[in-house]
Design a protein around this ligand. Sequence first.
Ligand code: HEC
Length: 304
Amino acid sequence: MKTILCSILALGSAIAFAGAAEAAGGGTREYKHNHWHFSGPFGQYDKEAVQRGFQVYRTVCASCHAVEQLSFRNLGEKGGPFHLDACPAGVPESTNCSSPSENPVVKALAAEYEITDGPDDTGDMFKRPGLPSDKIPGPYANAQQARAANGGALPPNLALVIKARHHGPNYVYSLLTGYEDAPISVQLGAGQHYNPYFAGDMSQLLKAEYRDEEGHPLEGVEIPQGGVLAMKSPLADGIVDYADEHVPETVDQYAKDVVEFLTWASEPKMEQRKSLGVVTMGYLLILTLILFFSYRAIWSNVEH
Ligand code: HEC
């Protein structure tokens, strides 16, 4: 028993020690917290924010990042940013606007893109305007081309990044709004950009005067939080024009909106999932009540 206790204690202190060591190594800054419409068991997407976020994605991020598994039609599906319950004025009556493939907003949007299709009867590839059924095209033909254009770094598929990172929405929001000048103790290389929310090891970038002969950080030198990444701050105030003039055109607002869009892109069916959850809970509650009262009814005549 004693040995077990000792080993538990030893393990506990080892874990505590490892935690302390990590804290000394910089780590990342604690993410900013935003109140997201979609969080919580009843949370839903803010449709207008998702629309604006798509605009930010398209205007700013799409030149480097794809949203790979998304098709235009997804934008018009129930819960999607351009879903319509009824047709806008001027659309022929025979159109079923709630269907993503007939939705006029989605059709017009897809047609603004040029899609490579083919081969045609003579074996050549050709270009045509996009259709709702097409995938939203990414900026590069393949990963090699993407790396070559970005100094060797691969811009990840943004439709998955929210799910792929811990606390995805708060992380991406913090990253986009968190760029800072590098601390004076570090020397950035070409194409490196400092961000306190990006995971990295800043001790590698300490200037020579902060290291001993073996290259280790001198005692008492604080290792800055965060890391360096190949993406420079993509957002700046005023770079995207919002149709609604009441919405601020700031880095903070763009970051919130694009995160709302990317979260929708990572789980377009969240709203259906949550409402199914609510229905299921309601069903179970009613079932519990029925069982409880039938139990009381059945046993009510039994003498104690
Ligand atoms: C000029 C090209 C470019 C633009 C524009 C751009 N990015 Fe990036 N982004 C990159 C590259 C390259 C990386 C990979 C960085 C690395 O690993 O060092 C990256 C990485 C990321 C990451 C991943 C960070 C991680 O944890 O790995 C996120 C999230 C991201 N970008 C979001 C965005 C958003 C949102 C926009 C639009 C507002 C945007 N990016 C615009 C090039 C770009």
